[in-house]
Unconditional design. Structure first.
Length: 276
């Protein structure tokens, strides 16, 4: 099933993969920030952060079963702020970095009740909640990498700094795992844990596209040529596109079959030669 994307909820489709992937690179739906359609039980639309984390643990338990024994997971995840509007009976989760109309407050997920343990303006801490939950579930939490964005979206808030980073966690299935440190070595030193990468728009794409430059070092360090790369949240196909350009195969899942033409158009047509 190499070079295959299965459409539907990844919690249902991941068990169908027989071939093992060397590494998984993905960015799941962030908590309470976007509605991807009319499907029920969408990941990211849970009532509480804790419920969201529970679902993420289930997903990545399935991912772990899809990896080779020396496989790794590279997980990009952003954070959210908590706001509660007294008198309206609704809690509103707001993204830390917004770049599309779908992320505006009136498009964000509203919760029916005030969430216990969260105060208005609290940074929820989703990335580390998830990282620690995955560690407790058996993953080895190996590193937190900072994706530093040189062109972050401006924010209107005046009581904190503009948010300009997200986390990329490196986790492994076992204590010993494949990692090619020389494949991502910089000209005069080993690669550091802060990656300065600008966001890039892709016309007509899924609105949560992450840049190819974020994926390239993950694939280079976490796999060899002809290995399989997994992405359970394929979106607009960035992971698959980079995998093919680097001589790897891809497998993945995507909730919306409507992205299929976009994904297939990107894989053969987008050139990354200047990035490699």
């Amino acid at each position: 099933m190499k070079d295959t994307i299965l459409y539907g909820d990844c919690r249902d489709t991941l068990p169908a993969f027989i071939d093992k992937a060397r590494c998984c690179i993905t960015s799941p739906p962030y908590y309470g920030l976007r509605n991807y359609g009319d499907e029920d039980n969408q990941i990211g639309q849970e009532q509480t952060p804790e419920e969201y984390i529970q679902e993420m643990v289930k997903v990545f338990r399935l991912v772990r079963d899809c990896l080779t024994d020396d496989g790794t997971l590279w997980l990009n995840i952003g954070d959210s702020y908590y706001n509660y509007r007294p008198g309206k009976g609704q809690a509103l989760v707001q993204q830390t970095v917004s770049n599309s109309k779908q992320d505006l407050p009136d498009k964000c997920a509203r919760r029916g009740n005030k969430l216990k343990g969260y105060k208005e303006k609290d940074l929820i801490g989703i990335p580390w909640m998830l990282a620690f939950a995955l560690r407790a579930d058996g993953w080895y939490l190996r590193q937190d990498i900072i994706w530093s964005k040189g062109n972050p979206m401006p924010e209107s808030v005046r009581d904190r700094c503009t948010k300009s980073h997200e986390y990329l966690f490196l986790l492994s299935k076992n204590q010993n795992y494949y990692f090619d440190v020389d494949a991502i070595k910089e000209p005069t030193r080993r690669k550091r844990s802060v990656w300065n990468i600008n966001k890039k728009a892709y016309k007509d794409a899924h609105f949560a596209v992450y840049p190819p430059e974020l994926v390239i070092p993950c694939i280079k360090a976490g796999s060899e040529k002809n290995d399989i790369i997994l992405d359970p949240f394929m979106g607009s196909g960035t992971t698959a596109m980079v995998a093919k350009e680097l001589g790897r195969y891809y497998i993945g899942c995507e909730l919306h079959e409507g992205y299929s033409n976009l994904i297939q158009d990107r894989i053969p047509n987008d050139s990354l030669s200047k990035l490699l």
